[in-house]
Design a protein around this ligand. Structure first.
Ligand code: ATP
Ligand code: MG
Length: 335
């Protein structure tokens, strides 16, 4: 039986958005805490660190009380930047987890042979596991390879294995090679995946056929940009690729969202890069930046997202705010 068949249990009822707390039953029920989490700590409330922690906790509570609108139809994001290590996977899995924790039905498609998104979501992906490779090269239906997150019941993952490493070359001789993911995802969304609210496709750090397949089926491009030197180099090429796809293969594709990652507020460089990105992309760049955080980087080693690993951490709260911003900017909705 396919795991995704059970998606019907969580049909897209736009009036009933389950609370953040209801998906955390397996863990400490942090969201129902009513006491000050710092009351028992011997912290100097005047110190900058304590002030930052309190501000983070206050924001988390505000976000928890907010209702996240659900999209009118499935929003499909391609998470891409051909520059490596900029936070594509981290952003894909954490935004997906945050939205799913707020009741949305979310699918992460791991389209990177590194399989990092599969690792972070705690989904098996050793060589030979049914994966996105079988979908792209062997016409296996997506519903048959989708796996439910062990931690969040409305979050799903199509894993990637190392078998995908040759796919960029193997796809070259396949019929409709740019449309393999498009055809498979459309089949899913017209069947067992019809109640999916969001799909995030985590791409490899290249603009090859895997990324092209993702751009052909997506409606929105989400670009994570690391606040470091060289951040903007390569963006021109990425924008050209998006334009080319829009012109020839997918007229609906838009760069809707830019997320600034690994932001270190103490450095002038991070601030300069962020300002430069905002100057070029004022509409697309989200106001929330993701801070550098040990909790974010260690979460995958536990097979978890930071949203479940440490929901109080600054990284988790930033990704929750980003999820809220994304949910409230639905281009297909009324807002
Ligand atoms: N906010 C953050 N704070 C600290 N470390 C982070 C943060 N975001 C990402 N990282 C770490 O930076 C590294 C690169 O992140 P990630 O794997 O998400 O990038 P990527 O763009 O998907 O990389 P690739 O191009 O290889 O697919 C990882 O080790 C990740 O844990
Ligand atoms: Mg990655």
């Amino acid at each position: 039986m396919t795991d995704l068949g059970a998606l019907g249990e969580h049909s897209r009822d736009r009036t009933a958005v389950p609370s953040f707390a209801s998906f955390e039953s397996g863990h400490a029920d942090v969201s129902r805490e009513t006491t000050d989490p710092f009351a028992s700590l011997d912290v100097d409330h005047e110190s900058p660190l304590a002030a930052e922690m309190l501000a983070t906790e206050r924001l988390r509570r505000e976000l928890e009380a907010e209702e996240f609108p659900r999209p009118a139809s499935t929003r499909i994001f391609v998470v891409s930047n051909q520059k490596g290590g900029v936070g594509k996977t981290t952003t894909s899995v954490n935004v997906a987890a945050a939205l799913a924790q707020r009741g949305a039905n979310v699918l992460v498609v791991d389209a990177d042979p590194q399989g990092n998104a599969s690792t972070a979501l705690g989904v098996e992906h050793h060589s030979g596991t049914p994966s996105i490779y079988d979908v792209l090269l062997d016409d296996t239906p997506m519903a048959r390879v989708a796996k439910r997150s062990p931690e969040i019941p409305t979050l799903w993952c199509i894993p990637a294995t190392i078998d995908l490493a040759g796919a960029d070359i193997e796809l070259v001789s396949v019929v409709r090679r740019e449309f393999r993911l498009h055809d498979a995802l459309k089949e899913l969304l017209e069947g067992p995946g019809k109640d999916l609210d969001y799909v995030f496709i985590d791409c490899p750090p290249s603009l090859g056929l895997l990324t092209l397949n993702a751009m052909v089926v997506a409606t929105e491009v989400l670009i994570p940009i690391q606040c470091e030197y060289y951040a903007l180099e390569g963006l021109t090429q990425l924008m050209k690729t998006v334009d080319m796809v829009r012109k020839h293969l997918n007229p609906t594709l838009e760069v809707s969202t830019i997320v600034l990652t690994m932001y270190d507020a103490r450095t002038n460089l991070a601030r300069d890069v962020a300002n430069e990105v905002r100057r070029h992309f004022p509409q697309q760049t989200l106001s929330t930046t993701v801070p550098r955080s040990v909790r974010v980087s260690e979460a995958p080693s536990f097979g978890r997202t930071v949203m479940t690993h440490d929901p109080h951490s600054s990284g988790a709260v930033a990704y929750l705010a980003i999820a809220r911003d994304i949910a409230s900017r639905d281009p297909g909705g009324s807002q």
